[in-house]
Design a protein. Structure first.
Length: 94
């Protein structure tokens, strides 16, 4: 899959209002890369498929970990993230 422009909605575990960011997603075989411009500069999460449609990702950001799930040929990824002491859910829509 070529790089796709997408919209990422981030939900915070501490009840902070959700935020919407543009992002880019690339899925190539069993690898995934999600990138976006965060408050402190560019953020990149990358990882591998750990089962059909299930991805585990890491980032260079402190505690940067995440997972994303997608149905076959789905137009949406849903998952969990943790970064810089915060955690929450996210949804990426193509």
């Amino acid at each position: 899959m070529p790089t796709q422009q997408a919209r990422m909605t981030t939900y915070f575990g501490d009840e902070t209002p959700s935020e919407v960011y543009p992002c880019e997603v690339r899925i190539d075989g069993d690898e995934i890369i999600v990138s976006y411009d965060g408050d402190a500069g560019p953020v990149v999460y990358s990882g591998k498929m750990k089962g059909e449609g299930h991805f585990e990702l890491k980032s260079a950001r402190p505690e940067g970990r995440a997972c994303l799930h997608r149905f076959w040929n789905g137009r949406r990824l849903d998952g969990w993230w943790k970064e810089d002491g915060y955690e929450g859910m996210w949804r990426i829509t193509f």
